[in-house]
Design a protein around this ligand. Structure first.
Ligand SMILES: [Zn+2]
Length: 106
């Protein structure tokens, strides 16, 4: 069992790092929403410009959601966050239950 885990680590690492990067990209965008809208209103005082900021933010969030949804599990090869029509950003693969940081825990 231990040998099997050691042998799996090099294969899982790059795939899990990519999934973590995509998850952080989405979280960073969600966290940046309120400061971006507030900053836009403070600097410009314009609803039109703030609407533009919101539109750009929304486009980036859609891209981040699609990138996260298309991330494939390095162990089972299925979509990490998608099972059927269900999109869930859980920390485990929806198919094989591989944890998103399984390569860090030995
Ligand atoms: Zn999996």
């Amino acid at each position: 069992m231990a040998e099997q885990l050691i042998n799996e680590q090099p294969e899982l690492g790059p795939g899990l790092r990519m999934i973590r990067r995509r998850r952080w990209f989405l979280w960073a965008l969600i966290i940046a929403y309120v400061p971006a809208i507030w900053l836009s209103l403070e600097l410009t005082g314009s609803d039109m410009v703030t609407g533009g900021v919101f539109a750009v933010w929304l486009i980036f969030v859609c891209i981040a959601i699609v990138l996260g949804a298309l991330a494939k599990c390095p162990r089972c090869g299925n979509y990490f966050h998608v099972h059927g029509l269900t999109l869930l950003y859980l920390r485990k693969c929806l198919h094989c239950q591989l944890h998103v940081s399984a390569d860090k825990h030995k």
